[in-house]
Design a protein around this ligand. Structure first.
Ligand SMILES: [Zn+2]
Length: 138
C-alpha cells in the first residue's frame, strides 16, 4: 500500500508531464502559424490576423482561417448576376476592420449594394415617420 505522500508525488508528476505536453502543442501551433505567415508574405499574400477577427460561437473554422491568408473570391451578384471578384484586401477589411461575421461573404456588386442601402434607409425613414405620426395622434 502506498502512502498518501507517495500517491501525491505520483499525481503531481503525471500532471507535470501532461502540462508540458500541452505547452509544447501550443508552441508547435504558434511556430506553424508563424511559418505559414512568412511563406504567405513571400508570395505577396494577404495574411489573416486571427486575433483581429470577430469572435464566433461556431465550432467550425472558416476556410480563410485554415489557409492562413485571404484569396480573391469570384462570385455572381445576387441581384443583377454580374460576375464579380471579392478581393483578398476587401475581405481583410470586412473581417478584421469592419468586424464582419467570419461566416459572411460578399453577395452583391458595388452598385447593387449602394442601391440596397438606399432602399433600406428610405424604408426606415418611412417607418419612423409612421411611428411619429401615430404617436402624435394620441
Ligand atoms: Zn449587382
Amino acid at each position: 500500500m502506498k502512502s498518501g505522500a507517495q500517491r501525491r508525488a505520483e499525481i503531481l508528476h503525471r500532471r507535470g508531464v501532461r502540462r508540458t505536453a500541452e505547452r509544447s502543442d501550443a508552441v508547435k501551433d504558434q511556430a506553424l502559424r508563424a511559418a505559414k505567415e512568412r511563406a504567405a508574405l513571400l508570395k505577396n499574400q494577404v495574411v489573416v490576423n486571427v486575433d483581429k477577427l470577430r469572435p464566433t460561437n461556431s465550432f467550425g473554422t472558416p476556410d480563410f482561417v485554415a489557409r492562413g491568408f485571404y484569396a480573391d473570391r469570384p462570385f455572381n451578384c445576387k441581384t443583377c448576376a454580374s460576375p464579380q471578384v471579392w478581393t483578398a484586401t476587401q475581405q481583410r477589411w470586412w473581417y478584421e476592420i469592419a468586424q464582419g461575421d467570419v461566416w459572411t461573404v460578399a453577395v452583391l456588386c458595388r452598385p447593387c449594394r449602394r442601391r440596397e442601402r438606399e432602399r433600406r434607409n428610405d424604408a426606415r425613414e418611412v417607418h419612423l415617420a409612421g411611428l411619429a405620426k401615430k404617436a402624435s395622434k394620441r
